[in-house]
Design a protein around this ligand. Sequence first.
Ligand SMILES: [Zn+2]
Length: 498
Amino acid sequence: MKKFLITTAIDYPSGKPHLGHAYEKICTDVIARYKRMAGFDVHFSTGTDEHGMKIQRCAEKKHKDPQQYVDEMSGHFRELCEVLNISYDDFIRTTDPKHIRTAQQIFRDIYEKGEIYKGTYEGLYCVDCETYYTEKDLKDGKCPVHGTVPETVSEESYFFQMGKYREKLLGHIRKHKEYIQPDAKRHEIENRLNDPLKDLSVSRTSFDWGVPVPIDEKHVQYVWMDALINYLSTIGWPSDEAKEYWKSAVHIIGKDIVWHHTVIWGSILMAAGIPLPKTVYVHGFVNIKGEKMSKSGGTVVNPVELAVKYGADPMRYFLVSEIPFGSDGDFSLESLFTRNNDELLNNLGNLVNRILTFISSKNASKVTKPGKYDEADRAMEKSIKRYPAVVAKLLDSFNLQAALDNVMKLAKEGNEYFQQKEPWKRDYDNCLYIGANLLRSLAIMLSPFIPESAEKIWKYLNLPGSVHKQKWDSAAEFGVRPHHVIGTPEPLFKRLSV
Ligand SMILES: [Zn+2]
């Protein structure tokens, strides 16, 4: 079976998860679930990035041992995955022994190739970003991400000769357009690479909460030199299986860490003699009324509470349908409710309910045997056979929003078909047969997006096994046979209001 690796960024657990974390996990989960149905052996990893000065300071403030602190904080991110039905295969933590081994191995490999040397680092360091900035990068002397004044730090440090990879990186980026997506992000990185590229400080002595540098125990690995390597440790690098997964690697990340994932990670991999990931796909921020969500801004929405209160599926549906993948978008409760009520409840829920209720009440729960098709029947059948390939193509190109939109379009067509056929007035054999198969097809195509509801439709149809185990292409088939007895339908969605 062909292997496919997809990863979220690993989250820095210096605070609880916010909606941006939820968004990234949901979008990545949609792709992972789709790829499994498309016949891939998927490894989907997410996790937490647990080292660095900031974690050490957060733990100290709470009078906790850093390990105890990250154990606790990492739990919040795992909980987020549970409540949102994130189907990860591995929750990787950078404090896991398997990760520490890989991180040290990569450092040692690069060192032994002569790509790392010892020097002194002095620079402007933002503790929140765990990143050194040049004067030019700062906005009014402050960190461009956090708006805080960076500290001047001077320390003995090991340096990775990143500078010499500038042209090689540019060449790769230009030759492999799929390496950085969407295109606008690729152009940004290309532009930045027109300037000279500096060597990268890859070790610290000013704190000790990190992976020890394998060649010098006084140092710990710079947090990015540690964290990025999680993408290899999660698949058990350098096993043969890991190498198969790596060929298809896709990293889903936020727009604030594109440089780290394309230039820093790209050059580390080049130095280690490892191929670059196939694609780094960059998504936007989830804003609340146009403001970037941040703890300091006070606009934090707790995604765990939201999912528990309103359900994982309405949250998943809202975030994918509302925000074009790759751009910024807005969150508000009002728009969550509107999409739930208008689209999930009134379109999809209504369709499922009317078809299944009709089969139960008018035909003793038995799917009808179709007769001669009329024009409306033929059109509906054609759509059921056509949409799965259309949606698959959109998902393969990371166009999650349009993919979901198309599935919902099919549901809308179904409602129109039912309305036009008026089965309560005349012969309903074709309508119920096609209707049941339409629901089957919708359940399969919805399962990556709203897994719980898709599984319910599957159960109401009384089909064997789980919808999540179905082959994607089978959504184009008519798998519900005449005389099949359906289950007992229940309302799929609730009306949401304040
Ligand atoms: Zn910062």
